[in-house]
Design a protein around this ligand. Structure first.
Ligand code: C5P
Ligand code: C5P
Ligand code: C5P
Ligand code: ZN
Length: 490
């Protein structure tokens, strides 16, 4: 079990103190699940501390976005889930007296530091797998509550349920921190690790989280059972994964009542533990009998993160489904909707988010089909595709990651995806695997250096990173990126 990290907490306290000196704060965050949960955590912590604030979201914190922030009247700007990678530019505005930055981030920092900078990477904690932007924001929120205990106890009425004490010390916000970490794929090895584990423990203590071993498939809350099994292609069980009729037959052959009285299929979240056990054992038996390797079968079970205050059968109860719901808002210019859901707006915002989710799902599935059908181009050390305007640049990275392992798309090389951003700019998203990272892959460096070579700009994490490059320079970019990956993996 990971213990506390005093240096990280000291830094959080320093940042919290600075926030408390402000008359008001501009909160700026990133447009994905981790960025939204970061903003929701920070917003509730600021509100409970009695600090007035306004929230803005940016697709990317580039020079233009930072200049726009500097042009506002705010003297204190809290950046969450980004800011570290842009510290060089932010620092220039700080030097010019435009604002004081406070940063809660987990991305690779630029070559410059600042006084109020909270980032796990500064303290030996892995920002790609052990603490997310929402996690860093949570550590900051806890520090804020320690400074302002009285105010927080009867603060605003937003957010998930939790006991009064959990609200007083902001531990009830741990549920959102877990959604952020899961949304950034930090649980992709089966469970959350390191500093994230402590947040999970605090959430369990606070009564907002439940965790345990469970089937590791996406959609346990909302997907009818046959769809849950059919769409679970990561493990690949012959005759079930990707096989509608096969999934139906498998479930019908079990000696269980898996349909409701109206004939509709039940969902995993509504099964009793005996029923779950029966289905899971039958799945494992089927996988074994069809020769699925033991290592793959192990991946059928993982640690689940359940938001215990949310209603059973909704996206909000499962950390992974919640994070997808948030991506479906923020990556389509509706961060306001996702933030509303995080802050407890369970009517309007949730209904809107669900509509956006249907659209997001269709786009993901069409995107994955497109990439799989058209295939990728294999270089010596990486593979790539160019979606042009056929996949939205804000989701091309998710599509690339989900397409890995499909026919013709290797999991032993990183994948680089291009999509049009503007008339003269192209978005690049790169995704690797944890195995490749263990062998030396660092996509953050690849994206930073290869984009710099073509007058672009990039960054991110070892396992997932991105860049913006000038249109027309993709071939040069691929050549440079391929060389760097080759050096890293040699
Ligand atoms: O901004 P940033 O940290 O938020 O984005 C993280 C992105 O990287 C997400 O889209 C997530 O799906 C991806 N990622 C991944 N595999 C990991 C870690 C992150 O695909 N192991
Ligand atoms: O969209 P997001 O990046 O949150 O997706 C995280 C993971 O959830 C994906 O990599 C995928 O494994 C899973 N997912 C899925 N079906 C969806 C959406 C997401 O299996 N419709
Ligand atoms: O956009 P995408 O999901 O591919 O981003 C993957 C990771 O790369 C994210 O953490 C994102 O913040 C980072 N990134 C970056 N600079 C860019 C584009 C993406 O640091 N220009
Ligand atoms: Zn993040």
């Amino acid at each position: 079990m990971a213990g506390p990290v005093p240096e990280l907490e000291d830094r959080a306290t320093r940042c919290a103190r600075r926030l408390c000196e402000a008359d008001r704060v501009l909160l700026a965050s990133h447009i994905d699940a981790d960025g939204l949960t970061s903003a929701a955590i920070a917003a509730q912590a600021l509100e409970r501390a009695g600090l007035p604030f306004e929230t803005v979201f940016e697709k990317q914190l580039d020079e233009e976005a930072i200049a726009a922030i500097a042009a506002t009247d705010y003297d204190t700007v809290l950046f969450t889930d980004f800011g570290s990678g842009q510290l060089d530019v932010i620092g220039e505005h700080e030097d010019a007296g435009a604002f004081t930055p406070v940063i809660a981030d987990h991305h690779q920092p630029a070559d410059r530091d600042t006084e109020y900078h909270l980032n796990p990477l500064l303290f030996g904690i892995d920002g790609a797998s052990e603490l997310s932007g929402a996690g860093a924001s949570y550590v900051l929120a806890r520090a804020l509550a320690d400074l302002e205990p009285g105010v927080a106890a009867d603060g605003g009425a937003t957010g998930a349920a939790g006991t009064t004490t959990a609200r007083a010390d902001n531990r009830d916000l741990a549920a959102l921190a877990v959604v952020g970490a899961v949304g950034d794929m930090q649980a992709s090895g089966g469970e959350l690790q390191g500093a994230n584990e402590r947040i999970v423990e605090e959430g369990v203590d606070a009564g907002v989280l439940e965790t345990g071993k469970d089937l590791a498939l996406y959609g346990k809350q909302t997907r009818p059972l046959p769809k849950l099994l059919e769409y679970a292609t990561d493990v690949g069980i012959p005759g079930i994964s990707g096989d509608e009729a096969g999934s139906l037959r498998f479930l019908e052959d079990l000696d269980l009542e898996l349909r409701r009285e109206d004939g509709e299929w039940r969902r995993w979240s509504g099964l009793t533990s005996e029923e779950k056990q029966t289905v899971a054992s039958a799945l494992v038996r089927r996988a074994v009998s069809r020769g699925v390797p033991a290592k793959k079968i192990d991946q059928l079970v993982g640690t689940s993160y359940v938001l215990s205050a949310e209603p059973v059968g909704t996206e909000l109860r499962d950390a992974s489904e919640f994070s997808t719901l948030l991506n479906a808002t923020a990556r389509y210019e509706r961060a306001d909707v996702g933030l509303g859901v995080c802050l407890g707006n369970r009517s309007d915002a949730l209904e809107r988010a669900r509509k956006l989710l249907r659209n997001h799902r269709r786009n993901l599935s069409e995107g994955i089909d497109l990439v799989t059908r058209e295939g990728v181009t294999h270089e010596a050390h990486l593979q790539w595709f160019h979606a042009e305007d056929r996949i939205r640049e804000t989701i091309v990275g998710i599509v690339a990651g989900m397409a890995m392992g499909n026919e013709g798309i290797s999991r032993s090389k990183p994948i680089v995806a291009f999509a049009e951003k503007t008339d003269d700019e192209v978005k690049v998203s790169a995704r690797g695997t944890h195995g490749l990272v263990r062998d030396g892959l660092d996509l953050s460096t690849v994206m930073t250096e290869a984009s710099r070579a073509v007058d672009g700009d990039g960054g991110g994490h070892d396992v997932a990173a991105g860049a913006t490059v000038p249109a027309g320079r993709e071939a040069e970019f691929v050549e440079r990126a391929d060389e760097i990956v080759g050096e890293q993996l040699s």
